[in-house]
Design a protein around this ligand. Sequence first.
Ligand code: AMP
Length: 735
Amino acid sequence: MHLLPTSSPPSLVRQLVSALISPSSSLLRPLHPPVSLLSRRPLTASTLPMPDGDDSLLRKALADKLATIQAQANAVRQLKASGAPKSDIDAAVQSLNALKLDKASLETQLLQSATNNRDAFRQALVNTLERRLFYMPSFKIYRGVAGLYDYGPPGCAVKSNVLAFWRQHFVLEENMLEVDCPCVTPEIVLKASGHVEKFTDLMVKDEKTGTCYRADHLLKDYCKDKLEKDLTITAEKAAELKHVLALLDDLSAEELGAKIKEYGITAPDTKNHLSDPYPFNLMFQTSIGPSGLSPGYMRPETAQGIFVNFKDLYYYNGNKLPFAAAQIGQAFRNEISPRQGLLRVREFTLAEIEHFVDPQDKSHPKFSEIASLKFLMFPREGQMSGQSAERLQIGEAVAKGIVNNETLGYFIGRVYLFLTRLGIDKERLRFRQHLANEMAHYAADCWDAEIECSYGWIECVGIADRSAYDLCAHSDKSGVALVAQEKYSEPREVEKLVIAPVKKELGLAFKGNQKMVTEALEVMDEKVALQMKADLESKGEVEFYICCLGKNVTVKKSMVSISKEKKKEHQRVFTPSVIEPSFGIGRIIYCLFEHAFYTRPSKAGDEQLNVFRFPPLVAPIKCTVFPLVQNQQYEEVAKFISKSLTAAGISHKIDITGTSIGKRYARTDELGVPFAVTVDSTSSVTIRERDSKDQIRVNMENVAAVVKEVTDGQSTWDGILKAYPLHSSGSVDEE
Ligand code: AMP
């Protein structure tokens, strides 16, 4: 086993690399609205997350070079100020330029070295994960399928721990209504939501072999490769490539195609020419039932199942707002070129919350509980002006209007607590606000929880205020009003738009379609209705699009009366807004693996041992039980302890093989098991903590209670250390 140092990367390298390839540079300007409201952004690989080997010499050289440049720049300034001869000034400027060239070369070397370290770190991690069956490519004996992975035993346990904590932290804490809807979804639902038309990525094909690639990924890889590896490119070219990277998400099919041609990008595997980019819908299509007449799709998200059930859930909740529904389930996206392991796959687990709220009151009763939390936030303004993420207090961010409303802020705070309690490093977690051009037109505000790993900053949770869009879309398409009511204590006089379809006339004109036309007229919004009124008065008839018929019909003046009337109202009927935190469980787990993984030398110092520092909450197995040596008495104690751990509901592993204790520790450290019980007498035993390797001595009857206390979070290891005698390990410890 081999591995890299585990300290976090020195800030100089981070800043350097961030400055070189950060998407938040001032070059980041929206060109035009996004190609598709639902099209997704690529993963952003922006900064260097990984331990960075021994590039200290390079870093020192760079720091020295920066200091020399500073001194030379001052010298040039002084020469100019003192009116020195032009030849002297020119010579000094020439030296300054030469120094700057040296600096650029050092930066490139550092970047390359950092990239190599990052790749080595990832390789070691992924090898461990696959070898210990955390996860592995699905259908491996048939050479696998890209973008499909299996979780093996420890991976399954981590995943189910993450989901159990999610349920506890969100569903239980907020009294959410959990549902479980089918993955197979009829086409009409996904037509209403917009996925059939717009859930696309731009794709290019190898003109000879037909192999498909994501157009933006090819352009991104080309630009990054040039920036990282080509030492000959000019400063102007580098600036242009960075500009393209920053605008990647905004490029239309035509613009992407033009750039691919301009840079001469060919198919990576064959170097053949590529087709022009065209949209590819990412949903897996199927048909429901044997006739083939009822089209459907595997759901690309779980949210739609909640929206279509809104009416019943609202009733279940006593017709009261706000309330939230939640769902955990599989989502399917036929990614064009899945890559980056668990980060971009074709089937994954989503955990989604739809919190329904009155659009006129987005306050949250528990906001004060999280208002003082302070963490890295990356507001839109900061991104546009080239600043970095800053540590903000969420209460202030809401008060200053940086975050649109309290409920959105509340969820941002809760997501922060969720992720950090799982073991995500808070220094490598930030909440990035969507730029105006990234957000769908209907969204009020969106923030992504991004976690930094060896692939850059990865969107793991999207937290969006989607206003009333989804419920309106399903109301329109289904004809079922997905609305809420607020009952007034006193009736209120209001001026109301009254739309009264004349059913007899509509029946004569539209026969079987009368109901659909009538309902479409009734649910028109005020602006459309007033325009229709004006048009009917001036022209006598108007063309009116009926969504569920998929065509225009001609509406005549005699068919509908539209007026404004004063009315007493006893209640307000409105479409709730929805605030949606959407968690990609696989992405969170992968980032957790990266943040938890480290190595340390074996006792003999001849190899590096792998460790996952999972908090007990997520550790796949909480405890191991080892008799120190093979003998019947120790085995019996081990079995007694194992039984008491089972009774206390603690997952554990008992290892009675004769392997050395150090090897047994190393094997389970590599699975992230936080506690190891070693039986070295028939009355008391030792409990060892994985990261500190501290051991305490505990009576065998108390073992289960102690382990439970610390794995349930009632006590910390430090607390336990104070309560029990320390055991010094002597020869029974590490490898
Ligand atoms: P979206 O609906 O595109 O905002 O996705 C919601 C969440 O699902 C994201 O924040 C990701 O964590 C996760 N996600 C999206 N696409 C994938 C994918 N192809 N593989 C794994 N996770 C994904």
